[in-house]
Write a protein that binds this ligand. Sequence first.
Ligand SMILES: Cc1cc2nc3c(=O)[nH]c(=O)nc-3n(C[C@H](O)[C@H](O)[C@H](O)COP(=O)(O)OP(=O)(O)OC[C@H]3O[C@@H](n4cnc5c(N)ncnc54)[C@H](O)[C@@H]3O)c2cc1C
Length: 423
Amino acid sequence: MSNASPARHESPTTIARTDVLVVGAGPAGSAAAAYAARAGRDVVLIDMAVFPRDKTCGDGLTPRAITELVSLGYGPRLAQLPRIVGLHLHGWGADQRVPWPGKRFADHGSAVPRIEFDDELRALAGEAGATLSSGAKAVDVEWDGDRIGAVVVEDPHGRRSIRASTVIVADGVRSGLGKVLGRQWHRDTAYGVAGRAYVSSGRADDEWMGSHLELRGSDGSLLPGYGWVFPLGGGRLNVGVGALATAKRPAHVELRPTLKHYADMVRDEWQITGEPQRLTSALLPMGGAVSGVAGRNWMLIGDAAACVNPLNGEGIDYGLETARLAVDLLESGADDFTSRWPDILTAHYGLAFSAARRLAAVLTVPQAVPLLGRPGIRSRALMSMVVRVMGNLISDEDADLIARAWRTVGRVSVRVDDRPPFR
Ligand SMILES: Cc1cc2nc3c(=O)[nH]c(=O)nc-3n(C[C@H](O)[C@H](O)[C@H](O)COP(=O)(O)OP(=O)(O)OC[C@H]3O[C@@H](n4cnc5c(N)ncnc54)[C@H](O)[C@@H]3O)c2cc1C
């Protein structure tokens, strides 16, 4: 994607040690590898998958993600991708078109299938100087006192250790290596279950993404979730449904039939032809609902650190941001990340995630959704506010009434949290 030297691809069997080892080449890991390599570090980026690989996702890039991708150097490719100017919200017999607010973040979003996007970001890390290794699964660590001395990696040739001074763990929602390091996912606050499919459409070049706040199951029952339609260009849409849940109120949603039902519901509106293809689903840890996100010389980033917005399920932007923040911390010369990293995550996301997951938990109560949604969808001003809050498109510098009110809610929420984000 640039004029930099071609990427080095190596089998883990030939890599004995590195300065920075990044585990997982999703958006978070690839961005971290790119930033660290550009900072002059010797970086190895490993992934258990062989690329290009698919990832269950809505494929949507929010304005927050666009802003971050431009800084990362993905801007030229973005110019070739669909431009999404806002959300076309539907529910309870009404609809509203709400443009993305702009201001501190980009004034548009986009969408690109993850099978392409992740491959491109990984290539970008390679161009920045990271050594890329695929088909290599991190399964354990070797300790050197309180530091990770080496990561144990398995590939078809066997097992071996890669010694590293710093380990950045970006291994996604299940975070197998995170678990080895003591990461725990707490499901008492809101988490998501979501599924996506691809469909052919006559409206794949639309500039608005579809969003349905009134999600119904095939039996007509109201579900605590939402549906989305992302136009991908090239005659294709990503269609998906997501539901919110907590340990107390698990989501009893059968995703596949709900997804098929949703695709049928939007069929005429989006000129869909044929049946949904490549249906997949996954869980989403959200709102920093994990503890054990760092140790002496390692940090968890992206989904591994539950950096997903509880109100809309987006996490690509937080993956990219936490990658940048983690490398900034590394470059600050810090010698111990154990408390520094959760402090940084808390400073950036604590208030917003705490407030958002509290609101998300309210939305798991079946009566709450129509109570708030029915009158809300009829007011454009209210929906503009909802889009800004739900998209976490409020920055620390914003001083308007909504921004101040949201921060106040966050401060109160954190104070009464049994378990604040990232703790
Ligand atoms: C249905 C659904 C829809 C979504 N829609 C959107 C959306 O539209 N927009 C948005 O912003 N977000 C969306 N998200 C969330 C988004 O997909 C994630 O937040 C994002 O992928 C996080 O990136 P990541 O790099 O942290 O993890 P991932 O993208 O999951 O990457 C993790 C990588 O680690 C590798 N790995 C795992 N374990 C190991 C191991 N032990 N050793 C080596 N490699 C390993 C995996 O192979 C993978 O490549 C959606 C999620 C779901 C489930």
